[in-house]
Design a protein around this ligand. Sequence first.
Ligand SMILES: C[S@@+](CC[C@H](N)C(=O)[O-])C[C@H]1O[C@@H](n2cnc3c(N)ncnc32)[C@H](O)[C@@H]1O
Length: 278
Amino acid sequence: MADHFPPNINMEVPSAARMYDYLLGGKDNFEVDRKACDVLLERVPEILPLANDNRAYLARAAEYAAAQGLEQFLDLGAGLPTANNTHHAAQRANPRARVVYVDNDPIVLAHGRALITNSGETAFLLADLRDTEEIFSAPETRRLIDRDMPTALMLVALLHCLPDSDDPFGLVRPIIDSLPSGSCLIYSHMVSDDPATREWVTDRVLSYGTPWGRVRSPEEAAVIFEGLDLVSPWNDGRDEGPRLVDCATWRHPDRNPAVRPADPNVKLWEMAGVAFKP
Ligand SMILES: C[S@@+](CC[C@H](N)C(=O)[O-])C[C@H]1O[C@@H](n2cnc3c(N)ncnc32)[C@H](O)[C@@H]1O
C-alpha cells in the first residue's frame, strides 16, 4: 500500500486521520494506525461505534444545513474521503451546495484530490486550523466561499485533536465571529464524563506521538456554542429536552436524542450539536 502514498507521509507514527479511517472500515491506513486503534479498542470498544456514528452524524447535519438553505460549507478537519462525504450529503438537499474541505494531514489531500475530483463545487485544501489566514486567503476558499453569505462551518471531531496549549476554542471564535448572520456551526467533540477515561484515552493517543489534543468533558466541549442558537436534535424538530446530545442520536430517524449513551459502561462518546448564528 505504501507505494500509493506521497513521500511526505509519516508511516511510523499513527495519524488521527488514518486511525479514524481504520475505525470507519477504510483502507487508507497503515499497520501502525491499526495497532494504535486496537490498543484503544481493548479498553474503550465504544470508540468503534463512536467513529461510525460520528460520520453518520456529519452527513445528517450537512444535509440538514443544506435543507435549511445553506449553500456553502467549510469543512475543517475534513478527514479522508469515505462513501458519504459532506458534498454528497449537502447536495442531496441542495444540488448547488459547495464545499471546501480542509485538513492538515497530507494523506487527506492526496486521497481527497484523487477521489473527489473538483467538479466546480468542491475543493481540497491542505491547511491547518491554526492558520486561519491561510484558509481564508486560499484561492479554493475565495472561489467557493462568499464571505458575505451564510456559511456552514463544520468542526466535526476536530477540536479534540488540538491541545489546550493551542487554545482551540479561542482559535475558532474569530472564525465564528466573522461569519454573517444565518451561518451555522456543525460540531462534534469526543467527550467523557469519567475523568479516568478522559485521562487514559488522552495519554494513550499522545503516547503514540500522534499530534492530538484531549478528550474533554461535555461542559468543556460545549463552550463553543456561546452566542449561537442550538437547533432541536429531534428529527421532527420538536422543542423538547437538551440540544447537545450524543451524535448517534442527533436527528436520527429512529432514535430519541440522548445526552449520553444509555449504557453506563460506555464512557466515551461524541457530543454533537448544530447551531445558527443569530
Ligand atoms: C477524527 S478526524 C474527523 C474527520 C471528519 N471531520 C469527520 O468527523 O468525519 C479529524 C481530522 O482532523 C484533522 N486535523 C487534526 N488537527 C488539525 C488541524 N490543526 N488543522 C486541520 N486539520 C486537522 C486530522 O488530520 C483528521 O483528518
